[in-house]
Design a protein around this ligand. Structure first.
Ligand code: ZN
Ligand code: ZN
Ligand code: ZN
Length: 153
C-alpha cells in the first residue's frame, strides 16, 4: 500500500488536469477509503471518516463525493456488493485497463488486478455468442485472501 498522502497528491493533480477540484471533503473521503484498505459502503465510509479522521460528512454527501471520485477513476464501485474501493492505480501514469476485483469474503479486503486482453476477448465472445452485449466488463470475484486462508487452516 502506497503512502496515503502520496496518493492524495496524485489524485489532486489528476483532478487539476481535468479542470476539477479535489476539495477538502473529497480529499477526506478518498483518504478514508485509502486508509481503510477495504471495500466500504457509503454508510461504512461515513462512519469510518467520523471515527478515524474526525471528519463528519453526511451519507448523502459521501454518495455524491464517491460519484465524483468514480468519475475521476479514483475509486471504483463494486456493483454486486454495492461498496466502493479506492483505485490501486491512482499514482500510475499508464492507462487504466479493465479491472477485476478479488474480494475476500472474510476480511473484505480487495485486490484490484487487470484482466489480460485475451481473457477479456474470450469473455466478450462468450457473451456475444449468448446474444448479449457487454455493458460493463468489470469482474468481481468472491475469494478468500491468503491471510484468511491460513487462519482457517
Ligand atoms: Zn483502478
Ligand atoms: Zn498501475
Ligand atoms: Zn481475507
Amino acid at each position: 500500500m502506497n503512502n496515503v498522502q502520496t496518493e492524495i497528491d496524485h489524485a489532486e493533480k489528476r483532478c487539476h488536469s481535468h479542470g476539477t477540484r479535489l476539495t477538502h471533503k473529497r480529499k477526506q473521503v478518498l483518504a478514508g477509503l485509502l486508509l481503510s484498505g477495504k471495500a466500504l459502503s457509503a454508510y461504512e465510509l461515513a462512519s469510518y471518516c467520523q471515527t478515524e479522521i474526525a471528519e463528519t460528512i453526511s451519507v448523502m454527501s459521501v454518495y455524491r463525493i464517491l460519484d465524483f471520485l468514480e468519475g475521476e477513476q479514483l475509486v471504483h464501485k463494486l456493483k454486486l456488493a454495492n461498496k466502493f474501493v479506492a483505485c490501486s492505480h491512482i499514482s500510475c501514469s499508464h492507462s487504466h485497463g479493465v479491472p477485476q476485483f478479488l474480494i475476500c469474503n472474510q476480511c473484505q479486503s480487495v485486490r484490484e488486478i487487470t484482466i489480460n486482453q485475451s481473457t477479456f476477448k474470450s469473455l466478450q465472445q462468450n457473451v456475444e455468442e449468448a446474444g448479449y452485449h457487454l455493458v460493463s466488463p468489470q469482474l468481481e470475484m468472491s475469494c478468500l485472501c491468503d491471510e484468511c486462508m491460513s487462519k482457517a487452516a
